[in-house]
Design a protein around this ligand. Sequence first.
Ligand code: ADP
Ligand code: MG
Ligand code: MG
Length: 908
Amino acid sequence: MSPTWVYRFDQIDEAQESVDGDWDRVRGLLGGKGANLGEMTRLGIPVPPGFTVTAAACNEYSSRKGTLPDEVWTQVVDAMHATEAQTGRVFGDPSNPLLVACRSGAKFSMPGMMDTVLDIGLNDEVVEGMIRATGNEHFVLDSYRRLIQMFGSVVLDINDEHFERVLTAARERAGVVEDSALTVDDLTAVIDDFKAVVLRRSKAPFPTDPHEQLNASIRAVFESWDGKRAHDYRQAAGIAHDLGTGVNIVAMVFGNYGDDSATGVAMSRNATTGQPGLEGDFLINAQGEDVVAGIRQTRPISELSDVMPEIGAQFAQIAQRLESHYSDMQDMEFTVEQGKLWLLQTRDGKRTAQAAVQIAVDLVAEGVIDVTEAVRRITPAHIESLLHPQFDEPSIREATKIATGLNVSPGAAVGQIAFDPDLAVRWAEEGRTVILVRPETRPDDVHGMLASVGILTSSGGRTSHAALVARQFGRPAVVGASELHINLSSRIVAVGNRQFVEGDWMSIDGGTGSVFAGKVETCEPDLDDPALATLLGWADEIRTLGVRANADEGSDAVRARRLGAEGIGLCRTEHMFFGTDRLPVMQRMITAPTAVERNAAIGELLPFQRHDFAELFRAMDGQPVVIRLLDPPLHEFLPSRDELQMQITDLQLRLRSAPNLETMTSLLEQLDATTTLLAQVDSRRESNPMLGLRGVRLGMQYPEITRIQARAIFEAAAEVAGEGIDARPEVMVPLVCDAAELATQRAVIEGEAAAVMAERDIELPVIIGTMIEVPRAALVAEEIAAHADFFSFGTNDLTQTTFGMSRDDAETSFLSDYLTTGVFEVNPFATLDPKGVGRLIDIALKSARTLTPDLVAGVCGEHGGDPASIALCHDYGLTYVSCSPFRIPVARLAAAHAELAARESADA
Ligand code: ADP
Ligand code: MG
Ligand code: MG
């Protein structure tokens, strides 16, 4: 028996049985559209009869290099007979013709990516018969011209412009703005012209045999799976290329029959904000893509009940039913033919990040899904896009607002106008930020949309192609800004009496729909959304991995805590030394010729440090604050050699022309000091500072540096304790490679802590740990652990030292080649490398925990805020990740996902 290549919508049970009842596999077999058409049929929702040619047939077609296997075609013909029986019509019979749509539908919805041909089955004879049968000549001719245009562009690959030019000319001749206003005579002329276009461009007449039309259409859908635009889309969306697409053959229903007919699209909730209630557009007397294409002014779905009360109510009820059936917000297409409602599609609706969070939280409140499912549905990318910059309020008030459109995808975008997608790509590659400005977007524009920071169109609605794609990829977008007059040939956009040319700056706010001239300042977003707080609260309950912040200052710490940090995982003390009031003292300390002078300088630094630490402790009251001792090579604090050299030359010149003895003496003194400084800088010059005198090695060389820092830490803790603050300092020694280093430093820190406690007569916790950031430390971790109260993996340095690559040098030269040629799959500085760096973490942690089973261990590199790395950290059994304050919400969610994934694999 040959395999089943075709399932009728009413055979959904059989299709499901063939894949052991697994719905996900049904979607793989039939594609999302086909599976849901079957499912709606099973639910008793009105769907026109039809069938799906499976994605397996598509793959079979590809593997046979573009030949449709005979068995597939035989099964299609059989299914057509069944559809004829169900509709009481006959394909190709002029007296009572069946027309069908041929629609692609892959497992994952790819809006507008694949092609659809409507009204298949029409030819001159059938048209005549249909006119006789319906008495509606206008409608039949309107359908015929649509078929020729769609078949011509989709199947015969004729550039759509040729057809559009004919239509534009016809509208101008007739003096109308909408295609639907063309008369029977106009349409007859259009059809003749269309046939001529087909003949001229494809060197063959438009095929009159309905079966030939159907066969070619099915093949065209299969071909489009391998087409460039579908390929680009899959690449960007991370969809596998070997899934194949299903093809759905659906009996036509006619929204263009007359004023008792309509077509529309709607979401069961607002896709921008997530608020409950239908949201969408419809058109009276229209077919297919008219709504999405944005050519005609659509009406909001809320008005459907005004025009067609019963249909409005029935649709609202079906929307509810579908939403609860699929437990998610639905995106639906419908058509009304002569007062009867038909559903043509449903799928889980695309939505903005804000809507995703709101809907997930609402669905939990409505008892549709549980908390775990809600957390699972929000992706780290959602949270990231909520962290997108927004326009700064004061700048908005000063900015020149030039237009308002629909706020379809939130976020602020500032960029230079490009009118075509290829230019957008080119400019983006040159490092410019681009706003793509188009009358409307089409599937061929996707590469340009992805290359742009924002998208602006002058027509189209909430469900337009531009809106869908922008939401899918988190690009801020404003659509339907009808005040904009875009002239693509002169490359000018006119608004009122202003004009903008390509390359001019514009700013758009996808959250409000506002369009501004020029550059508007952006600022950090406000994360106080209550739904987001609820959702992240649920994530916190699920996750087992802690989340701390990398913060060096009190203000960062306050923000981190507000975003949910459970402590500070890394405070880099050197950041405290770069202030203009501190750097000179620091320089004096570094260049001090004797220990006495060094101690004097150190004594001056103490109050600064104590003050900064006290701020951190106050912000993190009751939570751990990990303070890393001075880490970078000392020359980073000194002036550059070249600069000093220049100063010396300058002083020498001035000395030669000194007018008097007094000036000469002063210049000589300066020259002397600068020359000494240069000598000191020179003496500190290292050929490889990253691997030189830095980290713990500084403290080994100059124990007084360790001592002063320890004193500052414990004095600050004692000070805030007096204010009732629960300070929990943890002292961290950087760049250790041997246990002896840590043992030595530990003794220094403990000694100073004891001294402070005695002086202040107070008990303070003394917690001392180390960073593991060189491979040797990871390999001798068990020995190091004997002296450590905690570990923190400094994955930035650990990656550099494991790969033997300096990040700055790699990222500015060879690394991008490595990534584009596929030598490296991902940038190891962005995502933790499991094979090398991760393995070292795993080895270090396992061996250290043989000695100290509950050793606290975190990660404090930038990887701590990267979702994929967080998942690895969870699996290695780390205690926490530490990341920059703004990544904390992402980390909280990613940690919850890591836990859920672990539970799932434990169950499997
Ligand atoms: P897409 O995936 O781009 O949405 P579809 O296959 O869903 O493509 O269809 C394109 C348009 O044609 C949609 O507006 C849809 O409602 C309409 N359409 C599809 N099938 C039929 C049909 N049998 N009768 C009438 N309109 C249809
Ligand atoms: Mg559709
Ligand atoms: Mg380091």
